[in-house]
Design a protein around this ligand. Sequence first.
Ligand code: UTP
Length: 288
Amino acid sequence: MKPVRKAVFPVAGLGTRFLPATKAVPKELLPVVDKPLVQYAIDEAHAAGIEQMIFVTGRGKNAIEDYFDIAYELEATLTARSKTDILATLEGSRLDPGDAVFVRQQEPLGLGHAVWCARDIVGDEPFAVLLPDELLWNPGNPCLKQMVATYEAKGGNVLGVLEVPHEHTGRYGIVSPGTVEGRVTEVKGLVEKPKPAEAPSRLAIIGRYILQPDVMGILAAGERGAGNEIQLTDGMAKLIGKQPFHALTVDGDRHDCGDKAGFIQANIALALERADIGPDVKAFIEKL
Ligand code: UTP
């Protein structure tokens, strides 16, 4: 079984729900407390043993490349002023040479299309996909790491899922379940955004995937699905029955930071955990 060494980060979406903030700043660089969303996803990938980070970007997203580069002037100034503690905060934002690859998706034709844009860099290896606007929070045992353990046990494809309220199934890709072993559910089918009455379960896909490269060949057909977009869910569904396919109910908190309320909740939840600002934030919320 080949190890999962590469991860694809689709960051080419328009982020329309955050306009006007995202007019000039990519959604993925919006901060949760003091770290951009994309940094949380990179940290999670590193913790899972991922070596190469592949970003699928679009126009207006150049700031993401700059973010992962060296900031010469800033670093020289901080060094000259002996601000070692502040310098340390920049460490995770510098990726090793060759470990960050950027490809363009010229038009946001859908998540499936964005992933397909990375096909030549992914090559013939299993790979992870992380949507940085989904913040999955379990610092002790990051979610992709949990999924890699499931991949090592089961092989094939592994989806990160969480149980959502019945009335919310229409917002997600939903798993049609087979055999269940603890947190691992065999995937028999996938349905994109089903109405509650038609949903085969409450297990929702939450922006973390481990996939076999065969999905790229399926996505190449460019078939349109829900919203007239090239859907990753539809491409993955075609691998079911041909390869092992499991869903792992991850252990962690999920904050949908592509949504305004979810983004604010993430900031509050993570701020409250911080020793430096948590007590002040708590006192302020209580006062409110
Ligand atoms: P979303 O639909 O949540 O993101 O896509 P969006 O389009 O940027 O945001 P809104 O809905 O307009 O506010 C989920 C993820 O897939 C990426 C997005 O960048 C986001 O990380 N994506 C989506 C692409 O890279 N390309 C696409 O064509 C579509």
